[in-house]
Ligand binder design. Sequence first.
Ligand SMILES: NC(=O)c1ccc[n+]([C@@H]2O[C@H](COP(=O)([O-])OP(=O)(O)OC[C@H]3O[C@@H](n4cnc5c(N)ncnc54)[C@H](OP(=O)(O)O)[C@@H]3O)[C@@H](O)[C@H]2O)c1
Length: 225
Amino acid sequence: MTTDEKKDHVAFVVGYTGETGKEVVKALSLSDSFERVLLIGRRQTSVTDRLGQKFEEKIVDFDKLEEYNDVFAGCDVGFNCLGTTRSKSGGKEGFYKVDHDYVMKTAEIAKHNGCKHFLHVSSQGSDKNSCLFYTQTKGIVEEELQNLQFEHLSIFRPGFLLCDRQESRFGEKLVACLMSPCICCCAKYIGVPTETLAIAMVRRACRPNGQVEIIDNPTIHYIGS
Ligand SMILES: NC(=O)c1ccc[n+]([C@@H]2O[C@H](COP(=O)([O-])OP(=O)(O)OC[C@H]3O[C@@H](n4cnc5c(N)ncnc54)[C@H](OP(=O)(O)O)[C@@H]3O)[C@@H](O)[C@H]2O)c1
């Protein structure tokens, strides 16, 4: 850590109940660069019981996020770990609502309220021209986030997220199974533990690198290890 690093960031995290978000919260709890952290989500949890006083949970309705403008006030850093799957959200529309609409609304309101650095979990292969709906949506969001002109925008493009997921996701289990022989030799290219991703995000929040930085899977390993 450099001596000129800012120590009094106020951050928010959306998606903090998810696998990546939980690790971001853990990494923030171990960092002394954040004075206050707002955990913004759709349901009350007990997460703040075991965290220090700098953490506060705020419950919002993502369909009416503009009504919660004041929740974002004073946050100079925003972490976005929101996401869903088509099966969980009821199909393409449900997926797009969370992975595009909620993310963009969060980013717009955050920017309006003075957020200087937005850190976003996208995905390996994201491309607005992709023929796959998932990677296409991720690419569209990346482009629209860039148009918002944050002082700093960090876009993380992880490969397969390695974590002990409680929820059963057949597709991901299948991919994990097929990938297991390759994990040892090319782990840096195909997957990343959510803990490493979260550490990389918090480190980048403390030390931004340029106005827009797109961080691929090997670089996430490099920053977060
Ligand atoms: N899985 C992979 O291998 C992989 C690979 C590359 C990139 N990614 C991307 O990485 C990001 C994070 O993934 P993850 O696996 O850490 O996510 P996750 O465990 O599925 O968590 C998703 C988060 O989004 C919130 N969320 C979902 N639907 C919502 C809704 N309708 N309204 C409000 N909040 C909602 C969840 O809140 P609740 O707890 O309230 O549901 C949770 O906090 C996602 O954008 C994903 O697409 C994933």
